[in-house]
Design a protein around this ligand. Sequence first.
Ligand SMILES: Cc1cc2nc3c(=O)[nH]c(=O)nc-3n(C[C@H](O)[C@H](O)[C@H](O)COP(=O)(O)O)c2cc1C
Length: 190
Amino acid sequence: MNALELLKNRVSIPKLRAPAPDQKLMDECYQAAMRAPDHGRLKPWRFIQISNDGLDRLGQLYLDAENFDAVKNQGEEVSEVRRQKLLSMPQRAPMIVVVVGRVEAHPKVPREEQFMAAGCAAYGLSVSLFAQGFGCMWRTGALAYHPVVKAGLELEESEEIVGYLYIGTADCTPKTPKPQQIEDFLTKWE
Ligand SMILES: Cc1cc2nc3c(=O)[nH]c(=O)nc-3n(C[C@H](O)[C@H](O)[C@H](O)COP(=O)(O)O)c2cc1C
């Protein structure tokens, strides 16, 4: 498939299974992600690659985060059903890459631009994986912004989670995207 067809047809793959890409392919895809447009060439992002026991550790962090909230709000610990759900959430794929934005004050490059560059890196990684026949689903939610999760992942003060990229082999039939009415999105000054 040529590059334009590929970009027009990229879809998220919500159901993923093993195998994940091997490290050689992941490294190639990280190289592609590193080519994200980037004002000031700050490279304001990094990746945390999680698989195997790391997925269990991430699930435990999710549980710790919700139990922390429960204690803070003087409520009960999470129910057994919720506990199991939180622990199993990262098991929805054989690999998760946490894309981390590292946004610092800069005299010329606003924080928003740095965070956008990190988002472009996340997209670059996901579309590269798609190009190589692997599936990816970008997720966030409250657990991407929770201080307990951020501390457990050892994020610095200046760092934020851009997204969890769930990565693996498609375990469902990918959607066929519908072409959009471009006029609805396009203004021309001619
Ligand atoms: C920053 C960001 C956060 C997202 N968070 C979630 C999420 O938490 N849960 C979810 O189901 N989809 C989330 N999505 C959307 C999916 O990744 C996906 O793009 C969407 O389901 C549309 O599917 P498509 O990519 O095939 O068009 C997020 C997308 C972005 C860019």
